[in-house]
Write a new protein. Structure first.
Length: 88
């Protein structure tokens, strides 16, 4: 089986399933977060917003909330899938 990283838009469920190792686990996580409805197939409004983002955009969004800064001041690391403050 090929290792696909699902970095593009519209890959929210597939990317998380790849990360956690199971589609069922990914669905449960997304339902708990409020991104997926109880049927396990339909994205909520917030889920549609997240699904419309790339993996990088989601990481920058998480980082900007975590650090309380504008996303433009963060650097994305594709190997860790995290955005961190730019260290000078």
């Amino acid at each position: 089986m090929a290792n696909i990283d699902y970095n593009e838009r519209g890959q929210l469920i597939n990317r998380l399933a790849n990360q956690v190792g199971s589609r069922q686990k990914a669905i449960a996580i997304l339902q708990k977060r409020g991104h997926l409805k109880a049927d396990g197939k339909t994205l909520t409004e917030e889920g549609m917003k997240r699904d419309a983002m790339t993996a990088q955009e989601r990481a920058v969004d998480r980082g900007s909330k975590r650090f309380g800064v504008d996303g433009n001041s963060l650097l994305y690391n594709p190997f860790t899938n995290k955005a961190n403050k730019n260290r000078l």
